[in-house]
Design a binder for this molecule. Structure first.
Ligand code: FES
Length: 289
């Protein structure tokens, strides 16, 4: 099969998942349970990766995948003397999959529509793979080595398919990516809005050179941040002001108006900050130097 043909077939397959609204019914049932298990707050922020400044899920999935690949290598090339080591790796991989899954759930709870459907299938494949690795570990422990190996190779196939979908979510759908990364703010001071629009603590959303910018007045200074939330792109000017921060209306991440830093997740990346000045009653902005 030629590369273009394979890529096209995979694209059509994932397109069917993205458009399959039957998945929404199952996801709708599971979501409230998971929201109760992992409510917004410090634990979910850690699971999202907020303290690290990058999503945690891609880092943690390396542990089970690495363990299972090492086990497969020992199964293929290690011989009988490596059976016990392979069993331990299968077991360690299964245990380490649990925190990885928690971080994945945290990310999935903040998705909608097509991303949510693909994420649901990604999670289902991984859950089935994890169960197979659990069965493999038990079979190996009871001395049924050949069965254990066969089952773990089935698990490896599902993990590979799930990994492809995870890659699609990150690289094709931008889940976990800073949504402001390609924004081009003006390099010279450019007119943004009348200063009067920022009266009474208002949050103003304006377009400057086609890029969405959030303006707010604070302690006599005008603050300007990228208006598109770095998390999933929520419009910050539709959020609220709380304690010197703007709260995103979509998943309630908080960003300090003064410097764009993340005060509360699930966002992991700070909001880009713009420089401001006021001339003749109008606010001008330019990208921070
Ligand atoms: S889009 Fe998720 S917190 Fe802003």
């Amino acid at each position: 099969m030629r590369i273009a043909t394979l890529a096209g077939a995979l694209e059509r397959a994932v397109g069917r998942i993205e458009g399959d609204k039957r998945i929404d019914g199952i996801a709708d049932k599971v979501t409230p349970i998971l929201h109760r298990a992992l409510p917004s707050g410090p634990v979910k922020d850690v699971a999202s990766g907020t303290p690290l400044g990058h999503p945690l899920h891609p880092a943690l999935v390396a542990v089970p995948i690495g363990s299972w690949i090492a086990a497969a290598y020992l199964d293929i090339a290690g011989g009988r003397g490596m059976w016990r080591a392979a069993q331990r790796l299968v077991g360690f991989g299964a245990l380490s999959a649990l925190p990885a899954a928690t971080t994945g759930i945290s990310d999935w709870l903040d998705t909608t529509d097509a991303e949510r459907r693909v994420g649901a299938v990604h999670a289902s494949l991984n859950t089935t793979a994890l169960s197979l690795y659990g069965v493999s570990w038990l079979a190996r422990r009871r001395g049924h080595h050949t069965i254990g190996v066969a089952v773990s190779f089935l698990g490896a196939g599902l993990t590979g398919a799930a990994g492809w979908l995870g890659g699609h979510l990150a690289y094709a759908r931008g889940v976990g990516v800073d949504t402001t990364v390609f924004e081009e703010f003006p390099s010279k001071f450019t007119d943004a809005a009348p200063l009067a629009d920022l009266a009474d603590g208002a949050l103003a959303g304006v377009a400057v050179d086609g890029e969405p910018v959030l303006l707010a007045e604070e302690d006599g200074s005008v603050r300007a941040l990228a208006d598109r939330c770095t998390h999933r792109g929520g419009p910050l000017h539709e959020g609220e002001r709380v304690d010197g921060c703007v709260v995103c209306p979509w998943h309630q991440s908080r960003f300090r108006l003064r410097d764009g830093s993340v005060v509360r997740g699930p966002a992991v990346r700070p909001q880009p900050v713009l420089e401001t000045r006021t001339q003749d009653g109008r606010v001008q902005v330019c990208r921070a130097r």
